[in-house]
Design a protein around this ligand. Structure first.
Ligand code: F6P
Length: 750
């Protein structure tokens, strides 16, 4: 049904209701007018006839009385009249006076007036009906001096009222029907014309061609709304969930197949020469890689990263390029070579001993060394060179990832002023006091503000960043827009909670969950009735691995039913081992596991199995599918994709996630049992509740979590950022056009 027809129908229904209301009002009003009219008539008739009636009454001349009554009844509205005595006797009346209103019937209704000494009656009237139609009956007392003689009954014909009402109703209905038709036709015509005008105007505006100033304030809102609606419902034509194809289409549609250049320190494929001399391809343990690799496979383009593998150079061409994934060749990995000093200063030093502890609230003191800072600057410049070598044209799309490259957006902007630069931080952003301890805080902020869009996992981190800018830079903050304007250039600061691919490709070659469980139990030598807990992390002090083991110990202390039955497996990928703190963590975690195991070991039973090694994704996913509970106990984490991977792995809808409240994921995965990892009582209780949870409850939670993950997957994350980037490009182009002749395109956006 077309919009116009629906509109006309709605119009007719409303007018119908209006007509019905109007008819009721008109009917009530006219009826009360007629009744008033009737009473006036009675008064008139009776005052004209009163004298004659009195004189004949006094003489008891019944024939004369009859004549007067016949005169009265000559009025076409008075059907009959009768004279009755005070004793209710019938004195005289017109022919065929209806018996129903005879003296004895009407008389008892006459009441004496309250203050009348002579018991004079008060006139009385009533509406009634006769076979011929409605009538109005009135009884009028006849008084001579102060002496009551009796009363006259008049029967009025009311059928004319009904006839007039019917006529009025018909005329009104006809008038409203004509009005309704005319109004709906006119409305449809006008609405079509004005909708066309309005949509033309909006279209012109969205294309940037309109001159109408009154629309300007809402233009940004309308564009955003249109983009959001298009993005949500139209990108793949079906409105269905986000897939690699849909992301590809979004890129084509909004960014016209622009090549995407992504910069991240960690490469998605590391070529390592094994002890047997063979070259292996390793997938690093990295949330960033987990999220972005599927995106790059969908978008193509180039991933620029540090080539850190022992066989990386020999696997790449002379420019450091290699097509990946091996056997698929979807995109190019461009490796940047760093000297050991550069790697130590930039990666281990400034990034991971300075910025990492600065941004994570995990009780680690940041260390800032001038030498590290120098290397950090150099390496950022080196990556800027690599980006410039990889881009095509002067307005590429560059996605800068993480805290290793805070200076890069500004460097790229200087070299490629028309580039669209997006930066995403995979770690939390601290509050401004904490951030302020960094000696190069201003340089970092200015470097990041070279990006047009700056993304964090949560709005909370966006706010912290804006506060830091407010405190340490001379920049204009637009809180309503969540934007910073620095030297005339705007950076939008937005929350984009990252996610995992859906469905996960690693599941394709894995057996069903039951079989994975059987295999894992066999590997670990667990009996079939054992309960399995799982932790999966890089061995990093922010992950709360020690707190996790202590929670397991507390569980066994408090709930003896789990002793000998519950085993917690920790897959721990060694990480950043050149840093003292990480080496110490390794030792501490190992001795803690040994202490707890010594307390509860029983024959072959050990409560904690610490597997300190790199595990390839299929192995990790096998464990996810085997576990009864997965415990993510980060002390502070931007998002934590282990939590999301666990949910994505469980197509059997079993298993329970226990999740630290200090992860970004805890804001989204509310089906998990959320805990404070420092609170060992709470954490151990949650572990017990997870292990005791009935299968139906597990299924309900898992089903809901998986529905969320299916919808809010990493393709959607990337799609939202790219659409925002497209909008930014359009704005910049429009602003550039406005500033035609402006020799400095860096100053175009305000
Ligand atoms: O999550 C933060 C992060 O630095 C990511 O950038 C990376 O995926 C992960 O930690 C691993 O760190 P690294 O690359 O230092 O091993």
């Amino acid at each position: 049904m077309s919009r116009a027809v629906r509109f006309a129908m709605a119009m007719i229904v409303s007018l119908g209701l209006l007509t019905w209301g109007a008819l009721t009002i008109v009917q009530r009003t006219t009826r009360s007018w007629f009744e008033k009219d009737l009473r006036l008539r009675v008064d008139l008739v009776m005052s004209g006839a009163r004298q004659a009636l009195l004189s004949h009454w006094e003489k008891d001349d019944r024939r004369a009385l009859e004549r007067v009554l016949a005169d009265i009844a000559r009025d076409e509205r008075i059907m009959a009249a009768a004279a009755c005595g005070t004793d209710l006797s019938f004195l005289a009346g017109t022919d065929e006076f209806p018996e129903a209103f005879g003296c004895v019937r009407v008389g008892p209704h006459l009441r004496p007036a309250a203050d009348s000494p002579a018991d004079l009656w008060v006139p009385w009237s009533v509406k009634a009906s006769l076979p011929g139609g409605p009538v109005h009956v009135s009884a009028v007392p006849i008084v001579g001096g102060s002496q009551p003689f009796g009363f006259v009954v008049l029967v009025h014909d009311l059928s004319f009222v009904a006839r007039r009402e019917a006529l009025t109703r018909r005329s009104l209905l006809a008038a409203f029907a004509v009005l309704a038709m005319a109004a709906s036709i006119l409305t449809v015509i006008f609405s079509r014309l004005s909708w066309r005008d309005w949509s033309d105007e909006i279209r012109r505006f969205l294309q940037g061609d309109s001159e109408r100033p009154e629309f300007r304030p809402i233009l940004g809102d309308v564009r955003r709304l249109v983009d959001r609606v298009m993005l949500e419902h139209e990108a793949d034509g079906s409105g269905a969930g986000w897939t690699p194809d849909r992301l590809k289409q979004t890129l084509n549609r909004y960014l016209h197949r622009e090549k995407v250049v992504l910069v991240a320190n960690r490469e998605p494929y590391i070529h390592e020469r094994g002890p047997d001399g063979r070259i292996d391809v390793v997938h690093p343990a990295s949330g960033l890689v987990t999220a972005l690799e599927p995106v790059m496979r969908a978008c193509s383009g180039v991933w620029v990263a540090h080539g850190g593998g022992s066989a990386d150079r020999e696997s790449a061409d002379r420019h450091g390029r290699v097509r990946v994934p091996p056997d698929e060749n979807s995109y190019v990995l461009r490796r940047v070579w760093l000297s050991p000093e550069e790697e130590r200063g930039y990666y281990y030093g400034f990034a991971n001993e300075g910025l990492w502890p600065l941004c994570h609230l995990a009780h680690a003191r940041p260390t800032f060394r001038t030498e590290d800072w120098r290397h950090y600057q150099e390496v950022n410049r080196k990556f800027a060179d690599a980006v410039c070598e990889e881009v095509e044209g002067e307005d590429p799309i560059v996605l800068v990832q993480d805290y290793h490259f805070t200076l890069l957006p500004r460097l790229i902007r200087k070299r490629l002023p028309r580039a669209t630069v997006l930066m995403f931080l995979h770690i939390p952003w601290p509050n401004s006091e904490r951030f302020g301890v960094c000696p190069w805080r201003q340089e970092l902020l200015e470097g990041m503000l070279g990006a047009g869009i700056l993304g964090f996992h949560t709005q909370y981190h966006c706010n912290n960043f804006l506060d830091s800018v407010d405190r340490y830079l001379e920049a204009r903050l637009d809180r309503a827009e969540n934007a910073v304007v620095l030297r005339g250039r705007q950076t939008l600061v937005r929350a984009y909670p990252i996610s995992v691919e859906w469905p996960v490709r690693w599941l394709r070659d894995l057996p069903p969950a039951q079989e994975c469980r059987r295999q894992v139990f066999a590997e670990l030598g667990l009996p079939p009735n054992a309960l399995l807990g799982l932790g999966v992390d890089r061995l990093d002090y922010t992950k709360g691995v020690e707190e996790r083991f202590l929670a397991v110990e507390r569980l066994l202390d408090r709930f003896p039913e789990f002793r000998g039955r519950f085993t917690f497996v920790q897959l721990a990928a060694p990480s950043r081992t050149l840093i003292d703190r990480y080496r110490q963590l390794n030792e501490r975690v190992e001795s803690l596991a040994a202490r707890i195991n010594a307390r509860f070991e029983d024959g072959p039973y050990r409560p904690i199995v610490l597997l300190r090694a790199h595990h390839e994704p299929p192995a990790v996913f096998r464990y996810y599918r085997a576990a009864d509970v997965c415990y993510v106990s980060s002390l502070h984490d931007g998002m934590n994709l282990v939590a999301k991977e666990f949910g994505a792995a469980r197509d059997d809808e079993r298993g329970v996630l226990v999740l630290s409240e200090f992860t970004g994921a805890a804001r989204e995965l509310t089906e998990a049992l959320i805990v404070n990892p420092y609170d060992l009582e709470q954490a151990s209780e949650a572990l017990a509740a997870a292990l005791r949870m009935p299968p139906e409850a597990q299924r309900d939670r898992m089903r809901s979590m998986r529905a969320f993950l299916a919808e809010f997957n990493v393709y959607r994350w990337a799609g939202r950022m790219l659409v925002d980037a497209a909008r930014l490009r359009r704005q910049e182009r429009l602003a550039g056009r406005l500033h035609d002749g402006d020799p400095d395109p860096r100053a175009v956006l305000s």
